[in-house]
Write a protein that binds this ligand. Structure first.
Ligand SMILES: [Ca+2]
Length: 215
């Protein structure tokens, strides 16, 4: 009897608990859709994922830009070019200039005509030591005509073909000396550290042409 009473009390207690935890069978009110809000952790996760995507895209674009730059540099180098100038055959690129060292020998006026026939002129190097190194590596230690001249003999107004004054620190020791009294044309002696010399325009020598890209 005692056991039966205990069982009844236990059953009542369970039913009471179930009655509190579950709805009474009446339909629950439906929430308005505008009241539905995504959990904050989902928004944070989506933003982090988007941030990761943007970071990867930025990395891809950066690598693409760098690879494009390297490709352009390689193409320019392959075609004997820099960003400033391309050197068509038979010119060679020396720093940012294009030079050709002749195998034949001519006097200064004929050498200039030869260079102009190659869409160039006698060399007016901005990087004289670069040109000197190029001459030595391709032709050895030689003397060669350059595009420098004194258009007003008897003065020190030495200029390159492009009109720039010739730097006086580049003359060889004792030059220009106008030794023959007719030395108004410039040549280079690659044996010398200071390498420029005034010489007769009629002296037959090898020469250096320079190419100028069309403007
Ligand atoms: Ca001289």
């Amino acid at each position: 009897m005692t056991c039966t009473l205990f069982n009844l009390l236990l059953l009542s207690l369970v039913l009471g608990v179930l009655g509190q935890s579950q709805p009474s069978g009446q339909p629950q009110p439906t929430s308005n859709i505008t009241d539905v809000k995504p959990p904050a952790e989902n928004i944070t996760g989506a933003l982090n994922e988007l941030k990761g995507i943007l970071t990867r895209m930025e990395s891809i674009l950066t690598n693409t830009s760098e690879n494009t730059r390297r490709l352009a540099t390689a193409v320019l180098h392959n075609f004997n070019c820099t960003e400033k100038i391309c050197c068509p055959y038979p010119y060679s690129r020396v720093v940012d200039e294009c030079f050709y060292v002749s195998s034949i020998s001519l006097n200064w006026p004929d050498a200039r005509q030869y260079c102009q026939g190659m869409t160039g002129d006698l060399a007016s190097p901005r990087n004289l030591y670069g040109l000197k190194s190029f001459i030595i590596s391709t032709a050895g230690y030689i003397k060669a005509i350059l595009g420098g001249k004194n258009n007003t003999p008897g003065t020190s107004e030495w200029t390159w073909m492009d009109g720039r004054p010739i730097n006086s620190s580049l003359w060889a020791f004792g030059e220009p000396n106008d030794y023959s009294g007719t030395e108004i044309c410039v040549d280079i002696d690659t044996n010398m550290h200071l390498m420029l010399n005034d010489d007769s325009c009629l002296k037959i020598q090898r020469f250096v042409c320079q190419y100028y890209s069309p403007k």
